[in-house]
Design a protein around this ligand. Structure first.
Ligand code: WTA
Length: 664
């Protein structure tokens, strides 16, 4: 059942298979957090049963906790792939994030705490109350309207981690214009591709953004993107770094020029539950990144509840929640903005790098802001481990109560370090498995209820009918690897791939009938805990960021020197998975280190720095099977420096393999 692409994960799986430590939720948790919503495994199991047996009752009760302009007719009205939730209901997610809190008398509570990266003796900090946020969001929404944005128009957002990023996102939701946020690390070509796919004519950006003391030239990248697409007719520019930028009159508009003079009131558009809220591009195994579509009602309800229960957020208890992700990824959408604000716990946004000005920055932030819930990625945890315990140890981290991880499997060693060094063995760890497509957490411990084991994302969240199956959809045996699927829709199921229905059906709903195919392999142990084993497709997870090996290959062969390229994942100490590329050069081109650097730079320009190969090798030919398939498994072994005991008789050219090995 485990496909070829899982072989590199094998050693990891073996170490996980021997992992049997079980950690009950710490006794002190209930008191420290101010009351666990789900206080025991029994409570979880009972409610889980109910959520599966009576999903309509379960979800309508949750939805009732939020504001609707008109109530829905049906909770869930259709199955895969055309999932619909809360049909007939009308609401607005910006209203539920902002206005609802003000209407309930909490306008002066803190909604967003922001800390900038520059550190000259003291950091720059901004705190926005719900009333502040309301005024800023309304001004931005009115400015967008003045710029001609109408309900249904896709607004592209390419900004650094500044409060205005959250403001822009919420302004779009307010006027019913779906946003497409592009991570600031992506290249101008990547911006252009996404703008073209989404048919978006407006981009919101910043002059620059701070990263490790340097300015990332965001506006320059947008300018360069306009060379690749003619669609962009308006660029709204926030001044952040005061770096020099080019200016095109008639196209470029300063944020402060247009937003500052707007009215501080802007009515929320009444949105159908199934109106599109946003598009977010993510990598798949083939072609260009696909625009994952999420809609309003179900996504709102699901991210609200998962935020509340997985992080045990309680308003009025001095909780301060910090997710270190960038809003450019789904984690930032769901668990910095949309799931958080309706829960009325301040959400902290940090602009810059974890090691600026030094490796203790994150712990300094935790201490100064008294962070209670902290959510980060395994790749960051591994980096912190490497930088040394002295950095966290010199800060008081006793405010922390829940620790979360997301994005990739966490190795037990990193899990144990996180628990002990950051959490002082007093904080439950929630290892949350989910995807851009799922909108919210799918498999996760609940901090007051679920016994945890390092490396396992444990149990399904309420309403999630997850299973490990074979190609016929039959559950495989205990501890047997198989396909991770979800058998019933959940409120924040993706609603489509923008502009490509065939790809939507093909990717998620064709291999196993009537089930959502996650694209991961997994196993379920004797206690009912899930263990993610790796992707079943050609997607690799680099520092918790999804990349298609095909995307990197296409970018390499788009360079004039390369005729063929194969890209595979390779174990990497910090990144989890690094990128190894094997290139065959055009005739007359000589391999050289200069060319290697040029190719790496080229990939950086085509996709973004995260896609630059860690290992780049030249080869006369790629090892292929007789039917012409590149033998990725062998390349992975070569890249990882492991000698292969595998049967190589199907190789078309043995010398190719021998040659690659010799180069080690
Ligand atoms: C992987 C990120 C193991 C997985 C929210 C998934 C994980 C892909 C975990 C989605 C986890 C995410 N344990 N693997 N806790 N969380 N993944 O769309 O392979 O950027 O399919 O969403 O990341 O990545 P995406």
């Amino acid at each position: 059942m485990i496909g070829e692409s899982q072989m590199s994960e094998q050693s990891n799986i073996e170490s996980i298979l021997t992992e049997s430590r079980v950690f009950e939720p710490p006794q002190s948790f209930n008191e420290r957090i101010g009351g666990a919503y789900i206080p025991s495994l029994e409570a979880y199991e009972e409610l889980y049963r109910r959520s599966i047996d009576s999903p309509n009752d379960f979800w309508s009760e949750v939805a009732d906790e939020l504001d609707w302009f008109e109530k829905w007719n049906t909770v869930c009205s259709s199955g895969f792939p055309d999932v619909k939730w809360f049909e007939g209901g009308k609401t607005n997610l910006c209203h539920n994030c902002v206005d609802r809190q003000i209407n309930m008398g909490h306008g002066d509570d803190i909604a967003i705490i922001w800390e900038g990266e520059p550190y000259d003796g003291a950091p720059e900090i901004k705190k926005l109350t719900y009333s502040d946020l309301h005024a800023e969001v309304c001004k931005c929404a009115n400015a967008l309207k003045e710029l001609g944005v109408k309900k249904g128009d896709v607004v592209t957002i390419y900004m650094g981690m500044v409060p205005e990023l959250a403001i822009a996102v919420l302004a779009c939701a307010r006027i019913g214009a779906p946003h497409s946020v592009i991570f600031g690390g992506f290249s101008s070509q990547a911006i252009a591709d996404r703008v073209e796919d989404a048919k978006s004519t407006i981009v919101i950006t910043c002059d620059g953004s701070w990263r490790r003391g340097s300015v990332v030239p965001l506006k320059d990248n947008v300018d360069a993107a306009t060379q690749f697409t003619e669609l962009i007719d308006t660029v709204l520019v926030l001044k952040r770094c005061e770096n020099d930028i080019n200016w095109q009159d008639g196209r470029d508009v300063w944020w402060h020029d247009i937003c500052d003079r707007q009215d501080e009131d802007c009515q929320c558009e009444s949105m159908d539950a199934e109106d599109m809220l946003f598009l977010l591009y993510t990598s798949g195994s083939t072609g260009k990144p696909k625009g994952i579509m999420h809609t309003t009602g179900g996504y709102m309800v699901y991210t609200y509840l998962t935020s509340k229960w997985v992080f045990n957020l309680i308003p009025g208890k001095d909780h301060v929640y910090w997710c270190t992700a960038d809003v450019g990824w789904i984690t930032g959408h769901s668990y910095i903005i949309y799931g958080l604000l309706p829960n009325r716990v301040p959400t902290l946004m940090y602009e810059g790098a974890p090691n600026f000005p030094d490796a203790a920055r994150f712990w300094d932030i935790v201490e100064r802001h008294n962070v209670t819930q902290f959510y980060t990625a395994p790749t960051a945890i591994r980096a912190f481990m490497k930088w040394g315990d002295e950095h966290p140890n010199k800060h008081d981290l006793s405010s922390l109560k829940v620790l979360g991880t997301v994005g990739e499997p966490i190795n037990p060693e990193a899990w144990m370090w996180y628990r002990k060094v950051i959490g002082n063995s007093e904080c439950p760890i929630v290892d949350t498995w989910w995807q851009t497509e799922t909108g919210g957490h799918m498999l996760t411990p609940l901090p007051g209820a679920t016994p945890t084991t390092p490396g396992s994302c444990t149990r399904p969240f309420f309403g999630i009918d997850a299973a490990v199956v074979d190609d016929d959809g039959n559950e495989v045996g205990e501890n047997e690897g198989g396909l991770l699927v979800v058998r019933q829709s959940w409120p924040s199921t993706l609603r489509g791939v923008f502009g490509d229905r065939d790809r939507f059906i093909e990717t998620y709903f064709s291999r196993v009938e009537d089930m959502y195919l996650a694209g991961d392999s997994a196993r379920k142990d004797e206690r009912g805990n899930f263990w993610i084993m790796g992707r079943i497709d050609d997607v690799i997870n680099v520092s918790g960021h999804r990349l298609g090996t095909m995307e990197v290959e296409s970018s390499l062969v788009s360079h004039e020197s390369v005729v063929e390229a194969a890209v595979v994942g390779v174990p990497h100490e910090i990144k989890g998975t690094g990128i190894a590329a094997f290139c065959t050069l055009a005739s007359g081109i000589e391999p050289s280190d200069v060319l290697k650097d040029a190719l790496r730079k080229h990939v950086g320009e085509e996709i973004g720095a995260i896609a630059k190969p860690d290992i780049l090798k030249f080869t006369d030919a790629l090892p292929k099977t007789r039917s012409g398939k590149i033998m990725r498994r062998l390349l992975r072994d070569v890249a990882a420096g492991t000698d292969s005991n595998q049967d190589v008789t199907t190789l078309e050219d043995f010398t190719v393999l021998a040659k690659l090995r010799d180069e080690e």
